[in-house]
Write a protein that binds this ligand. Structure first.
Ligand code: 13P
Length: 245
């Protein structure tokens, strides 16, 4: 029998947000009619984490957008997973396509970051996704599964979240169809190298908004969303959260 996985709706603010935005958690609470029926996570820039962690509702979890692969030491400018856990984070995004591109992060580096997160009890949200060229040439599934297996640390399925984020859908207003996303999520679950795959949460990211969230989030293998632009607006993020049942 299929396991019921609790959905996760996560906001990734990327490089947006200043001290004046510190009260976003209360604005989000006000925008929701009721307590969410899914897990809700916000990943603001690291500068806002200490400000938000002291003023947030209990149902809102906080996460970071990246962490160092090393535990500590002489790595100027980097933030360790332990520092994030120390601030009250529960999750950290690793291997986002923007980091893979901007910082040339390889699968090996992403795997080391996910491993560093697991070692301090953080849940990594490991991102994978194909480019437009790869989708158009019919290679999307093999590219994504290869990327997944090369960046995945050894862990139990309930200790990690996989985010399927097709690169061509990020910040473009173009989304995968619910059917294409469902098929990719099923392929990711099938590729999971363990017999606990029913517990694995695979979330979708790429131009999710209040208008398309319902059809995406209610596919059987889509266990939530990783929301960029729409998570910056409390009303829009609240509507996406309310679409997850
Ligand atoms: P958008 O929702 O802005 O397309 O961003 C998606 C994303 O990259 C989330 O990590």
């Amino acid at each position: 029998m299929a396991m019921m996985r609790r959905k996760l709706v996560a906001g990734n603010w990327k490089m947006n947000g200043l001290v004046k935005d510190r009260d976003f958690p209360s604005a989000l609470s006000d925008a929701l009619d009721a307590e969410p029926r899914c897990d809700v996570l916000l990943c603001p820039p690291v500068t806002l984490l200490p400000l938000m962690s002291s003023h947030k509702p209990d149902w809102l979890q906080l996460g970071a957008q990246d962490c160092a692969p090393q535990a500590s030491g002489a790595h100027t400018g980097d933030v360790s997973a332990a520092m994030l856990a120390d601030l009250g984070c529960t999750h950290v995004i690793v291997g986002h396509s923007e980091r893979r591109t901007d910082h040339r992060e390889t699968n090996e580096v992403v795997k080391a970051k996910a491993q560093a997160a697991l070692e301090v009890g953080l849940t990594p949200i490991l991102c994978v996704g194909e480019t437009l060229e790869e989708r158009e040439s019919g290679e999307a599934e093999s590219v994504v599964v290869t990327q997944l297996l090369a960046s995945l640390p050894r862990c139990a399925a309930d200790k990690i979240v996989i985010a399927y984020e097709p690169v061509w859908a990020i910040g473009t207003g173009r989304t995968a169809t619910p059917e294409d996303a469902q098929a990719m999520h099923a392929a990711i679950r099938a590729a999971w190298p363990g017999d606990d795959r029913d517990a694995l949460r695979v979330v979708y990211g790429g131009s999710m908004n209040p208008g398309n969230a319902d059809s995406l989030l209610n596919q059987p293998c889509i266990d939530g969303g990783l929301v960029g632009g729409a998570s910056l607006k409390p009303q829009d993020f609240a509507r996406i959260i309310q679409s997850a049942r």
